[in-house]
Design a protein around this ligand. Structure first.
Ligand SMILES: [Zn+2]
Length: 256
């Protein structure tokens, strides 16, 4: 059994200090590979270092929509250079967050478009962060319809109708430990609806440890096994079969 944590933030506080233990616990729990996602230029170097140091860690290059207001020409140059790196297997997380609105919507839109241009140029898949901005996110993606083929909505918890729209468009959907939370009926409905050929898993650690480990304050890749067990059971699929299929999907998507 092998699983890929397709969205972690290993450079964040709580994980980076103990990276050797975090990486070996992941392997012990069947998490064979991890994609660590950079969310601002200050993150790029540390992210790259991890991807170089560990054979089974890959990088995502993004400036989170939360940071859109801080973006300068310099940071755009930095992310373009970082994205070209062979260790970078994804562009993002990028998108729109109109829930927190830490940055102005227009600044978020513009930064999102810049990321999509980088994805076209580098021919790398895109990891989407979309919160309270479903229609607006799709509208921007529509402008890149024939130029981008691999798009995943990360940390997904949308309505039935939204899930259908994403699947019809050929997008992929990634689930965190939220699916195990008591009040997460929407995420569970979505997990039921998404076929394994379009499903990926992630921790989004250090946030949101899955049940039954919710008391573990710092989530880490090793805990993703609980999310996998939970969804396999929910869908009534043999655990090993489930893991094999979502891992195939993730490998195909990210080319790892
Ligand atoms: Zn994230």
């Amino acid at each position: 059994m092998a699983l890929i944590d397709t969205h972690a933030h290993l450079t964040y506080e709580g994980l980076i200090e103990n990276i050797d233990e975090v990486a070996s616990r992941a392997l012990l729990n069947g998490i064979s590979d991890i994609i660590t996602i950079a969310t601002e230029p200050a993150d790029f170097e540390g992210t790259l270092e991890l991807a170089k140091r560990f054979d089974n860690i890959y990088a995502g290059a993004g400036i989170h929509p939360h940071h859109a207001k801080e973006v300068t020409n310099d940071s755009l140059l930095q992310i373009r250079a970082f994205a070209e790196n062979e260790y970078v297997v994804a562009i993002g997380e990028t998108g729109l967050d109109f829930h927190y609105n830490f940055s102005e919507p227009d600044a978020q839109r513009e930064l999102f478009v810049r990321h999509l241009e980088i994805a076209v140029k580098t021919e790398k898949p895109v990891v989407i962060h979309s919160r309270n901005a479903f229609d607006e996110t799709l509208e921007i993606l529509e402008g890149f319809k024939n130029k981008l083929s691999k798009i995943v909505f990360h940390c997904y918890s949308g309505t039935k109708q939204q899930t259908e729209v994403l699947l019809n468009r050929g997008y992929y959907i990634s689930f965190t430990g939220i699916v195990t939370f008591k009040n997460a009926e929407l995420a569970r409905e979505a997990a039921m609806a998404v076929p394994l050929g379009r499903m990926m898993l992630e921790t989004d650690c250090p946030y949101m440890s899955p049940a039954p480990m919710r008391n573990q304050k710092i989530n880490e890749p090793a805990l993703m096994v609980h999310t996998a067990e939970f969804i396999a059971k929910l869908k009534g699929i043999d655990f090993n079969e489930f893991c094999e299929q979502v891992t195939d999907t993730s490998r195909g998507f990210f080319g790892i």
